[in-house]
Structure formats: C-alpha cells, structure tokens
Design a protein around this ligand. Structure first.
Ligand SMILES: NC(=O)c1ccc[n+]([C@@H]2O[C@H](COP(=O)([O-])OP(=O)(O)OC[C@H]3O[C@@H](n4cnc5c(N)ncnc54)[C@H](OP(=O)(O)O)[C@@H]3O)[C@@H](O)[C@H]2O)c1
Length: 249
C-alpha cells in the first residue's frame, strides 16, 4: 500500500515525538518527506533512518517555525527538490504549562510564537502553492486542550483553541479549492513535551497523576488515515484520547 507515492510532505517538529512518528508513517505510505525543526542533527538521523527503511527521499531543512523567512525557505526548498507541496503538517509546538498566578510571561510569549504564529507562517508559506496546484492538505496539530481548558493549561489552551479556529476557518474558506484541512487533537501522548515545564506547582501536580498516555504512533496513524482518503473526502477533525486505565484525578 503506497497511497502517497510521488507526494511531497513537509512535517514541522519532526525532530521528536509526534512529528517524527508522522514522518515515518507518511514515508511508509510512499511520500517523500521534508523534515523541519531546529535540532538538525536529530533530523539528519531520522532522514537516514527513513531512507534506509522506505523507498522515498527524506530532506532536512533546519527551521525555526517562529521565523517567517525560515518557513518560506522550507517551502521553497521543497518545491525546488520535489516540484510541489502536497501535505504540510503544522506539528511543532510547546506546552509550557503554568498557573496564571505564577506569571510565566516569557513562556506565554513562547507558546504564542510557536503554537500560533508558527502555524500561521506554515499556512502563509504553503497555501499559495497548494491553491495554485488546485490540491494540497494542511494538517494542524491542536490538542484536547484546544477543546477544553484545565488549571495550568490556560495559555496553552488559548493557543490550541486558536489553532482549531484557524483550521475551522481554513476549511470553510478552502472547501472549493481542492485544498483539504485536518485539525488533529491529541490527548496525552508520551513525548518530550512535558520535559520543558518549569512551573514547580505544575510539576508537583503531575507527580500525583497516574494514567497511561498514548504513544506518538497512535497520532501518526490518525494523520495517515486523513491524508490517504480519496480526494473528495475532507477529514476535518480528529480527536484521539487515551483510554484512562487508571487516573487518580
Ligand atoms: N504530547 C502530548 O501529550 C500532546 C497532546 C496534544 C497535542 N500535542 C501537540 O503535538 C505537537 C507535537 O508535540 P510532541 O508531543 O511530539 O512534543 P515534542 O516531542 O516535544 O515535539 C515538539 C516538536 O516541536 C519542535 N519545535 C518546538 N519549538 C520549535 C520551533 N521554534 N521551531 C521549530 N520546531 C520547534 C521541536 O523541535 P526542535 O526542538 O528540534 O526545534 C519538536 O520536534 C505539539 O504541537 C503539541 O502541542 C501533544
């Protein structure tokens, strides 16, 4: 089954977690992949791994999604190499959970920059090409926190609600353009995402939580499902939560 043969897919945040798993799954389906993130050494290792495993090309473009020129270059490099952009996965994100009273204003800035502006720059960079092609697929990775708000997720949730609003608006505006839009909302997934939390109150709160999270492959399969549907099918929203085997909350 190689449903994505001859397609070119860009994945941001491909250096770890969900993005890395998405890169694997799209390559498995035959897509050439362009891997974007800041940690280029990790991307190079992944590109080698992918090229050794699947019969596809994997290209690395060191990218900071908060930099508009980086995102424009990412798309240009993809077009130079593969002649088109079929799939753009806006996956890069940070989840710096903190309580509002603890005033982590620099982390609020970072989440707005990466989670909202990064997605906007991804749309800015890729959409004109997709509209010109009359075909394409934008995947935005939001979160269950884009549907609900939890204590300490206030700003993160605000950014992920914004991502979902962008997906909803895009889908409506593009419904006759040939460009499909999918918003993916994962629940808890075991990745590096929580390693960057600095608020001691949140770290303490997490110590008392016991639940079995999803693995990154669980989300990557959902993305692979959306992009391998017939071109007449627009999968707009996917929410993927873990089964809570045990949760003390
Ligand atoms: N894990 C969960 O429970 C969960 C739940 C719901 C939604 N999500 C969402 O899923 C997405 C992926 O997260 P993950 O769980 O896979 O976490 P992760 O392992 O920490 O991956 C985050 C990725 O984002 C990239 N990134 C961060 N800042 C960036 C920047 N300025 N420019 C370019 N890339 C940047 C990182 O790459 P570099 O550091 O190399 O740049 C990394 O590849 C995020 O949008 C997250 O909000 C995750």
């Amino acid at each position: 089954m190689n449903e994505l043969t001859k397609k070119a897919a860009i994945i941001t945040g491909a250096s770890s977690g969900i993005g890395k798993a998405i890169a694997h799954h799209l390559a498995e389906q035959g897509a050439d992949v362009v891997l974007a993130a800041r940690r280029s050494e990790r991307l190079k290792e992944l590109a080698e791994e992918i090229q050794q495993t699947y019969e596809v090309k994997a290209k690395v473009v060191e990218t900071d999604v908060t930099n508009k020129e980086d995102m424009e270059r990412l798309v240009q490099v993809t077009k130079d190499e593969f002649g088109r952009v079929d799939i753009f996965v806006n996956n890069a994100g940070v989840m710096l959970l903190s309580f509002m009273k603890n005033d982590h204003v620099d982390e609020w800035d970072q989440m707005v920059d990466v989670n909202i502006k990064g997605v906007l720059y991804g749309i800015h960079a890729s959409l004109p090409t997709m509209i010109e092609q009359g075909a394409g697929h934008i995947i935005n990775v939001s979160s269950v926190a884009g549907h609900e708000v939890f204590p300490s997720s206030t700003v993160y949730s605000a950014t992920k609600h914004a991502v979902r609003a962008l997906s909803m608006g895009l889908e409506k505006e593009l419904s006759r353009s040939g460009v499909r839009v999918t918003n993916v909302s994962p629940g808890a997934v075991d990745t590096e995402l929580t390693d960057h939390i600095t608020d001691g109150d949140v770290i303490d709160m997490f110590k008392n939580r016991s639940m079995e999270p999803l693995v990154a492959d669980d989300i990557a399969r959902a993305v692979a499902y959306a992009v391998t549907q017939p071109e007449t099918v627009n999968v707009n929203e996917l929410i993927v939560r873990p089964m809570h085997k045990q949760d003390s909350e």
